[in-house]
Design a protein around this ligand. Structure first.
Ligand code: HEM
Length: 223
């Protein structure tokens, strides 16, 4: 009789990580739609109404906790997989062999850590302000839910704008591999659909990173 293995395997951790990653990828789309409302040319009125709706909705409050947990789970498992792989790696040869892994897949932990640094900065300027944990950035006088005024203020700073855009380029690199990798981890791949999934993965990564980057560009150059 086969023994039951109760130790969480790398495979099951990877499935949990992929599920958290897929959840984060869906969230990125919703967040992008919300942010793009800032470009309506109505001084952020539509955007602010949407923020009020989100803030007052109890389901969104629950969602925020789930989202936070999603990030923590994804990051912790990502780091653990990376540490495990590091120690399992054989001694490096002077000349590396030609690997079949894609360029972006080799740098998932690096792009992930850049996203993590960005998230800390981002939370400090927006989410923690909303929670009253930190002050409103700069010398603007507004309430702690007025994200439009905060974005307008922050994106007038060239360095901040550049850091924001570069972070989204790296997020794009992460997503370019992440999207197709999640299909594989969750067993949703088939050789016939691989080129389609790869193309979709790149389209998703480009749309997300460019979509988010349009907002700082708009505030910095055109506002
Ligand atoms: C919005 C942010 C993020 C999204 C949407 C996201 C999404 C994903 C997805 C879907 C995967 C594929 C999982 C799989 O291989 O099945 C992945 C892989 C990975 N992510 Fe993220 N991720 C994000 C942020 C981060 C952060 C902040 C870190 C770490 C600090 C990180 C570390 C990793 C690593 C190391 C892998 C590859 C794991 C492996 O070796 O298979 N990610 N990500």
């Amino acid at each position: 009789m086969r023994k039951l293995n109760l130790r969480p395997s790398t495979i099951s951790s990877k499935v949990v990580m992929a599920l958290a990653g897929v959840f984060l990828m869906l969230f990125l789309v919703v967040h992008l739609f919300l942010n793009l409302l800032m470009l309506m040319g109505d001084e952020g009125e539509t955007f602010s109404n949407a923020v009020v709706f989100m803030t007052e909705n109890p389901a969104v409050k629950i969602f925020e906790y789930v989202l936070f947990a999603g990030f923590i789970i994804h990051i912790i498992i990502g780091l653990l997989i990376e540490i495990k792989n590091y120690f399992a790696r054989p001694v490096k040869y002077a000349v590396s062999n030609t690997s079949k892994t894609s360029f972006f897949s080799k740098y998932m932990i690096h792009t992930g850590l850049i996203i993590l640094i960005f998230l800390i900065i981002h939370f400090t300027h927006f989410f923690f302000v909303k929670l009253n944990l930190v002050d409103i950035p700069g010398d603007i006088t507004t309430d702690n839910h007025d994200f439009y005024a905060m974005a307008k203020y922050l994106f007038k700073n060239g360095i901040y704008t550049l850091i924001y855009i570069i972070s989204f380029v790296f997020l794009g690199f992460h997503l370019n591999h992440a999207f197709q990798s999640a299909f594989q981890t969750l067993g949703l791949n088939h050789p016939r659909y691989t080129p389609f999934i790869k193309a979709l993965s790149s389209i998703y990564a480009i749309v997300v990173s460019m979509g988010y980057s349009i907002i700082p560009i708009y505030f910095y150059f055109f506002y």
